[in-house]
Write a protein that binds this ligand. Structure first.
Ligand code: URA
Length: 490
């Protein structure tokens, strides 16, 4: 037996007690490193004490022996994907026993790799409960953080929010807020630590108090007005609302003071809506700026939670009226680049569109371009964000905003690019190949033309590509011919 091996055997046999002092309450990598070291040294859970930073520790804290170094021939650690995903989240819980519980599970995983599948195991259930609570807390943070505008001495704007998480979730959620409010300078202050984004770098600072955050700002009055208008009585389930939006968060949410009155008025509004037979978010904004303000806040479907911003349509604007484009072009949803730029059709599909518009003699600057769905829907893959097609329900929900734009812009001709765009206009699914190249009359007197989406052309190759490009060009030429005829006839 070599010396290390002898030491290892001695450790296993000894009564030594080890203390791991966590340097941060949410440092999964640190916990994992120490836990692996302990397992490899064969130190069972009842010989280890885990302490939080700043805690006075347990009875044995300070009495712990320095952690030993695992022998080179120690068996590799067995961990399951399920355990790792759960542990990564559960470590953020504020329960002081979480580190010990997770270590006990990791220890048991070495002899029973399927332990996480045992739903009756009390430790597995406990860890799952921690994971669930942390996920719920993160969800609340995403939904209920409300920024208040603060003007700095140099005139620049900074947005500050106060939030009271139950668990140590602030650092873990910094990326979410960075992506979502990439172009703003903001701080989120919490009693569990603060994060600050200046548009380039993320900083952290120690815990703050409620009084460190501003109370209200003029934007809140606007937000309250908007909230009152989108409050949807048909969806109101008071019990569910209270559990989803616990009162604890109300004090930081400007709209919360409206809730009692809105609930009281909900019944009446609901019956009005049922009479009208409509999905109704309240009063339609009557300017494009109003639509833009509203879509930025819209969370009628979950897509908006992950996008950087809602992307409003844009087009030729006259000085005294809103946009008065004769042609409205509708895409599916903003892509990766549009999401960042906040403008429709600026990425690769936009370049294809520009090329064929120019070829057909259509001046893009005189067109109103928008999308059926206002937020970018994607699935993260590493650093990439992979486009996801919106569901029919998401398109139908966003239709409220598309219809609001149509009511303001009043186009004579609408060109829908692809099936999602066509559904956004018609409220039902049509087959692009069956309806392309023909005019479809709409209730407001305008007409709809449908063709393929330019990103479809980008995916094709060879003969099929050139054939589809030819058909796309022909569709746009036909739309131009129709526009010219409408202008000639007044
Ligand atoms: N694809 C779309 O449908 N719309 C955009 O704005 C960009 C890409």
């Amino acid at each position: 037996m070599n010396a290390v091996r002898r030491e290892y055997e001695a450790i296993k046999a000894s009564d030594a007690y080890y203390t791991v002092s966590m340097l941060e309450p949410d440092d999964f990598a640190f916990w994992r490193g120490k836990a692996r070291q302990l397992v490899q040294c064969g130190i069972p859970p009842d010989k280890v004490s885990w302490t939080e930073p700043g805690s006075s520790g347990d009875l044995f804290a300070g009495a712990g022996t320095q952690l030993p170094v695992p022998p080179a021939e120690a068996a590799p650690i067995r961990g399951s994907k399920r355990f790792l995903a759960l542990a990564r989240n559960a470590v953020l819980h504020s329960d002081p026993q979480r580190f010990a519980l997770l270590y006990a599970l990791l220890w048991r995983l070495q002899s029973n790799p399927r332990i996480m599948e045992d739903k009756t195991d009390p430790q597995v259930r406990q860890a799952e409960e921690l994971d669930k609570n942390v996920r719920r807390d993160s969800h609340k943070m995403h939904a209920f953080v409300r920024f208040r505008r603060v003007e700095r001495d140099d005139g620049s704007e900074h947005y500050v929010a106060w939030f009271e998480p139950d668990h140590h979730i602030v650092r873990a959620n910094a990326g979410f807020f960075k992506r979502r409010f990439a172009n703003m300078q903001w701080s989120i202050l919490t009693p569990k630590g603060c994060i600050h984004w200046d548009g380039k770098t993320m900083r952290e600072s120690p815990p703050a108090e409620r009084g460190d955050a501003p109370g209200s700002d003029p934007v809140e009055a606007l937000w309250r007005k908007y909230y009152a208008s989108i409050f949807n009585p048909a969806r109101l389930k008071v019990g569910a609302m209270m559990s989803e939006m616990p009162k604890k968060y109300w004090k930081n949410m400007p709209e919360a003071e409206l809730i009692p009155d809105l609930i009281a008025g909900a019944q009446a509004r609901e019956s009005r809506m049922v009479d009208a037979g409509a999905l109704d978010f309240g009063n339609r904004p009557d300017t494009l700026a109003g639509v833009n303000a509203a879509i930025q806040q819209c969370r009628q479907c979950p897509i908006g939670c992950n996008a950087t911003q809602a992307v409003m349509g844009e087009g030729e604007a006259s000085s005294c009226h809103d946009v008065t484009a004769k042609l409205m072009i509708i895409g599916e949803q903003p892509g990766d680049q549009e999401d960042v730029a906040g403008r429709p059709f600026v990425g690769p599909a936009g370049q294809v569109l520009d090329k064929y518009l120019a070829q057909a003699g259509i001046d893009r600057t005189r067109v109103y371009c928008t999308n059926a769905v206002k937020h970018f829907k994607f699935r993260p893959r590493g650093k990439q964000r992979i486009h996801q097609t919106p569901t029919a329900k998401e398109i139908d929900t966003c239709r409220w905003w598309l219809e609001s734009e149509r009511a303001i812009v009043k186009p004579r001709v609408i060109l829908a690019l692809g099936a999602s765009a066509a559904r956004g206009v018609l409220g039902k699914t049509v087959s692009v190949s069956q309806v392309r190249g023909q005019s479809m009359p709409l209730d407001d007197g305008s007409e709809l033309w449908v063709t393929v989406h330019p990103s479809y052309l980008l995916r094709l190759e060879g003969g099929v590509k050139s054939e589809q490009e030819r058909l796309f060009a022909a569709d746009l030429t036909e739309v131009k011919r129709r526009l010219d005829a409408l202008v000639r006839n007044g």
